[in-house]
Design a protein around this ligand. Sequence first.
Ligand SMILES: C[S@@+](CC[C@H](N)C(=O)[O-])C[C@H]1O[C@@H](n2cnc3c(N)ncnc32)[C@H](O)[C@@H]1O
Length: 223
Amino acid sequence: MHPALIVILSLIGALLFLWFVVFRIVRKFRLAPASRRSVTLLAMILENPVRRCFFSPAKLLDKVGIAVGMRVLELGPGPGFFTIEAARRLVYSESPGKLYCLDIEPAMIARLKEKVSKDTLENIAIMVGNGEHLPFKDGSFDLAYLVTVLGEVPDKDRALRELYRVLRPGGVVSISEYLPDPDYPLRRTTIAWARRAGFEPFQQFGNFFAYVVIFRRGYAEVR
Ligand SMILES: C[S@@+](CC[C@H](N)C(=O)[O-])C[C@H]1O[C@@H](n2cnc3c(N)ncnc32)[C@H](O)[C@@H]1O
């Protein structure tokens, strides 16, 4: 093999190792919201147009089952890759639904507010908050969705119990994860976490690299 090719392949191998092994181990012990500088970088990555080709908001929201008039929670919206499309789908009726966006990172929320202010939508409420302590009453929502968020939350059991509490009985939560997110959990791990909170999966899409699992909240009392 040509020496230059060996160097290039070794470099790629080292980068992949860094990303998938070292970075994941570090994140396991140090799950924290992004710093301001990394928020800018992360927002650029999340908003990049190539992502739209592989993971379009319209396609995801079709699967999630968002519909006119619903009260919906988007947990961890970041800069709002899915937000405008989701809010639009709620409004074509006499009584429009409402989208609540809650993110722990104030700089992300600032970006999202700026983005939403450029649109005419009036059915979006945006707030800083922690998914482990949702500031909503029991049974407030018909649907919640999270995209590449759960893996970042330190206390996943707590966050999922909170989602169970704020959904109405029979309400649904959609959890999407995909590689190369360094906090990517395997699908079976996500399902095990959600089951511990009382959710049951009823629809699944995707493959090893990118998946969406939709869970229904049962009718049992909040645990
Ligand atoms: C990888 S970004 C994904 C953003 C967006 N869902 C998307 O796919 O474009 C993860 C987001 O989850 C937020 N987040 C992480 N932990 C959170 C928590 N405990 N409560 C609320 N938001 C959280 C982060 O601040 C960040 O904006």
